[in-house]
Ligand binder design. Structure first.
Ligand SMILES: Cc1ncc(COP(=O)(O)O)c(C=O)c1O
Length: 388
């Protein structure tokens, strides 16, 4: 990241974060000590879920979610096309088949009607992605799960603190998954969390993050025993005490940081809604956005060319815009598996025009004003705009 570039997202580390980590460094437990349970309890309480299991990153969280629900070769899992690759890759890790669903043009979250049309006798689960921080339309997806005996896994990596029908995400789907990567709302450097109301599913995630062993080292120390049993083939996906202490410290600031993101989003809408050549994201009445990203959509006759021009012009002016996302199945790996272009036309068309403007809680008003000026200057002109 260049010094001058205003990034599309970044972490904030305060003195209390440094103090929290230093305290752990001076103690006896660098990994799998008391800070893990404290972070898990704090996060579970925040999202309103009975169980939370900390893991080494969001991808590991997705992987363990797929294993916990028993995905295996021959099983199909429906995943939206417009997401980070890990949402789909986790299905592949477990040997399952990814069935890509299109998104709705207005929200860019998965289209429940398309999901319904993709369900077969082999479908085992649906992954809902809270794209950019907007909760997916979870109610119709849960209805489909109830009707067909499926599991809903919510990839809420963009959305801690977001709400759907006045409930926080993390407390709604069968399993929900979060990431604490530095561009997210709160960070542990690398880190992730799985939340659930289902004790059995959460217990399986807990077992699998520690090699499939039924107890951890600290539990055995406390119980005065060396013996343990490995019940199944698990992984080392633990999140160390050091990072859990950082996570707990960051979590305390999440409500304030979310409020700042929401204020920035409101200002973006006020300043940019009437600018021709771009479309700002919406927030449906039944949801509260968490604004991980602020993805605008370029509107022009040749959308892809206009987006490329705007991207280059903004970067040249020091605005670190980005693009989220190329539909996952257009990556070479998935093309190699035989997924054809044209599978999810709404996601493909959206991708051509998407541009994520800077959005993070530490962004200053001065930086924000600079972004607004540059966007106004470089949005496609009204002459080419208008042909959505
Ligand atoms: C939607 C989504 N799912 C999963 C992940 C994976 O999280 P992590 O980077 O912590 O492995 C990310 C991270 O960028 C993401 O954006």
């Amino acid at each position: 990241m260049s010094e001058a570039l205003i990034p599309y997202g970044r972490h904030v580390i305060d003195a209390d974060d440094l103090a929290a980590v230093t305290e752990v460094l001076r103690g006896d437990w660098l990994t799998t000590g008391p800070a893990v349970a404290r972070f898990e309890e704090g996060f579970a309480q925040y999202v309103g879920a009975p169980h939370a299991v900390a893991v080494s990153n969001g991808t590991a969280a997705l992987h363990l979610a797929m294993l916990a629900i028993g995905i295996k070769p021959g099983d199909e899992v429906i995943v939206p096309a417009l997401t980070f690759a890990a949402s789909a890759n986790s299905v592949r890790y477990a040997g399952g088949t990814v069935v890509f669903a299109d998104v709705r043009d207005d929200t860019l979250t998965v289209d429940p009607a398309h999901v319904a049309s993709l369900i077969t006798a082999r479908t085992k689960a649906i992954v809902a992605v809270d794209y950019a921080g907007l909760p997916a339309d979870l109610a119709p997806l849960l209805d489909l799960c109830n009707t067909h005996g499926l599991i809903l896994v919510e990839d809420a990596c963009h959305a801690p603190g977001a709400e759907y029908h006045e409930r926080r995400v993390g407390s709604i789907a069968h399993l929900s998954v979060f990431s604490f990567h530095p561009v997210k709302h709160m960070t542990t450097g690398e880190g992730g969390m799985v939340t659930s109301a289902n004790a059995e599913l959460a217990g399986r995630v807990r077992l699998l993050r520690n090699h499939g062993i039924s107890s951890d080292h600290r539990q055995r120390e406390l119980a005065g025993t060396w013996s343990y049993d490995m019940l199944e083939l698990g992984f080392n996906y633990r999140l160390p005490d050091l990072l859990c202490a950082l996570g707990l410290s960051q979590l305390k600031k999440l409500p304030t940081w979310l409020a700042r993101r929401r204020a920035l989003a409101a200002r973006y809408r006020a300043e940019l809604d009437a600018v021709p050549g771009i479309r700002v994201p919406i927030e449906p009445d039944d949801r509260r956005h968490a604004w991980h990203l602020y993805p605008v959509r370029v509107v022009a006759d040749d959308v892809a060319a206009a987006r490329q021009a705007m991207y280059s012009a903004l970067r040249a002016d020091g605005i670190g815009v980005n693009v989220h996302y190329l539909p996952v199945y257009l990556h070479s790996y998935y093309q190699g598996l035989g997924y054809a272009r044209g599978l999810c036309p709404v996601a493909e068309a959206a991708y051509d025009g998407l541009l994520s403007l800077p959005m993070w809680h530490g962004m200053t008003d001065e930086q924000f004003d600079k972004v607004i000026d540059a966007v106004r200057k470089h949005a496609p002109s009204p002459r080419t705009a208008g042909a959505a």
